[in-house]
Design a protein around this ligand. Structure first.
Ligand code: FAD
Length: 448
């Protein structure tokens, strides 16, 4: 066996890389991880965590309004973005440090530098130092895609959104995926005038049609503006500093901030992939097999850089499976079936399994059960927002193949329901469960 500096060298200490490094080290491997920015990666530093904290902060706008109907004498409140972001950044620092400590206690050497491959077992660090490793794991994540158009440099992405000096008075968000819709909700609740533009007339592709239609309807009712079939053409800065956004099929829009949420591309640049002979997919992601192995036997990749499912828990599972298989003697593969996901909009949307139309295409015979209701809290608050729960069942067996919902706390409720879908339970088994009253979740065992 050749003598390497490390058993495992991980490039990127985000969700997937950190888990893989820690678990491989716990299995006895000598591990180093290079991180060019901050330990914790996208999720901790500029993704799930700070985003969810902003969502919590934003929701107070509605809660404070609703509180009056519950007898609270709420004086006119104002909101201070700087205070919120200061506390969010403190929390981000705390979690990032916790990730660093976990790696340190597992004897993972963290090298705070850019790293790139120079061969199948060699990595060059930004300092010029070359290291060797028996196995290399690429876990470099993804970055926001910015459309090639004149004036694109005036726009920001979700990376910069957390660091805005103030809430813009008017913001245009390009895109219609979960990041676009979540930030539309956040900025709207904080008082910005939000316009969301999209190339097609479909938001949140992949989610159940009726659920995403309900979000569109509620978002429009709240005052978020949507422009469909609007292809980005460019941004011009005006003399007063405002931005004029040109798009197809619509008049230009004048705003104070433009945010691109038009997809995320795998971080494969400046990684020395060609030097090591690592192949990419047509979409520019690292091509891997079911064990996350690339075409080069000593090199593996997990997480967003492989563009399988770009979610934190998936990157973590891939990192865990890789480490258990390669260093723990426990061959494990990630099961990609029934991955729940959510949109932290106002209200939240969440889903697991097949949508109604996917089920019809795949199974032919399906049975759909829905509950379209106004949550008790919304009724008293005088908030005209209805929740929608949908259960999709195999028409032959009654097995639940999907659950989709929009309403307060939908993500929290769906996580528990996802266990049942994954376990292959039937509608009858749900119905046998006594309702927990009064809750919104009880609708799941009372569906008609
Ligand atoms: P990352 O966590 O991105 O880590 C990659 C790391 O590699 C980074 O720290 C980077 O600095 C480092 N790196 C890159 N190149 C090099 C190099 N050459 N040398 C050294 N270091 C390098 N997912 C959810 O599940 N739920 C959510 O609610 C959610 N919300 C999100 C909101 C936003 C705004 C964004 C942007 C993403 C969100 N995600 C969410 C997605 C989630 O953040 C990613 O799926 C997850 O972080 C991917 O983990 P990863 O390990 O593949 O990469």
């Amino acid at each position: 066996m050749p003598d390497f500096d490390y058993d495992l060298f991980v490039i990127g200490a985000g969700s997937g890389g950190t888990r893989a490094a820690r678990v491989a080290a716990a299995h006895g491997a000598k591990v180093a991880a290079a991180e060019e920015y901050r330990v914790g990666g996208t999720c901790v530093i500029r993704g799930c965590v700070p985003k969810k904290l902003l969502v919590y902060g934003a929701h107070f706008a509605e809660d404070l309004q609703d509180a009056k109907r519950f007898g609270w004498n709420v004086p006119d409140c104002d909101f201070d973005w700087k205070t919120l972001t200061r506390h969010v950044f403190d929390e981000v620092d705390r979690i990032s440090e916790a990730y660093g400590s976990t790696l340190a206690t597992h004897d993972v050497e963290v090298i705070r530098e850019h790293a790139e491959l120079t061969g199948a077992n060699t990595v060059r660090l930004a300092s010029g130092r070359e290291v060797t490793a028996g196995t290399i794991l690429i876990a470099t994540g993804a970055r926001p895609q910015i459309p090639e158009c004149p004036g694109h440099e005036f726009g920001i992405t979700s990376n910069e959104a957390f660091h805005l000096p103030a809430i813009p008075r008017r913001i245009l968000i390009a895109g219609a995926g979960y990041i676009a819709n979540e930030f539309a909700g956040i900025f709207h609740q904080f008082g910005a005038h939000v316009t969301l533009i999209n190339r097609t007339d479909v938001i949140l592709r992949g989610y159940d049609e009726s659920v995403r239609d309900r979000l569109l309807q509620i978002s429009m009712m709240k005052g978020i503006q949507f422009r469909f079939h609007a292809e980005f053409r460019g941004i011009e800065q005006q003399d007063d500093g405002s931005l004029k956004v040109m798009m197809t099929n619509h008049d230009p829009v004048e705003v104070d901030c433009v945010m691109f949420a038009t997809g995320r591309i795998p971080n494969t640049q400046n990684l020395g992939l060609a030097a090591a002979g690592v192949e990419l997919t047509d979409k520019g992601a690292i091509r891997v097999d079911e064990d996350s192995r690339t075409n080069v036997p000593s090199i593996y990749a997990v997480g967003d850089v492989t563009d399988r499912v770009q979610l934190t828990p998936v990157a973590i599972r891939e990192g865990q499976a890789f480490a258990d298989t390669q260093f723990g003697g426990k061959p494990t593969r990630v099961d990609y079936g029934c991955i729940p996901s959510a949109v932290f909009s106002h209200p939240q949307m969440a889903g697991v399994g097949l949508t109604e139309s996917q089920a019809k295409t795949k199974l032919g015979s399906v049975k759909i059960y829905t509950s379209d209701f106004r949550p008790m809290k919304n009724v008293l608050a005088g908030r005209n927002e209805r929740a929608l729960y949908k259960m999709v069942c195999d028409g032959e067996t009654g097995r639940i193949v999907g659950i989709h919902m929009i309403g307060p706390d939908a993500a929290e409720i769906l996580q528990a329901a996802a266990i049942a879908v994954k376990a292959g339970l039937t509608k009858d088994q749900f119905d046998e469960t006594v309702a927990l009253h009064p809750t919104m979740a009880e609708e799941l065992v009372l569906l008609k």
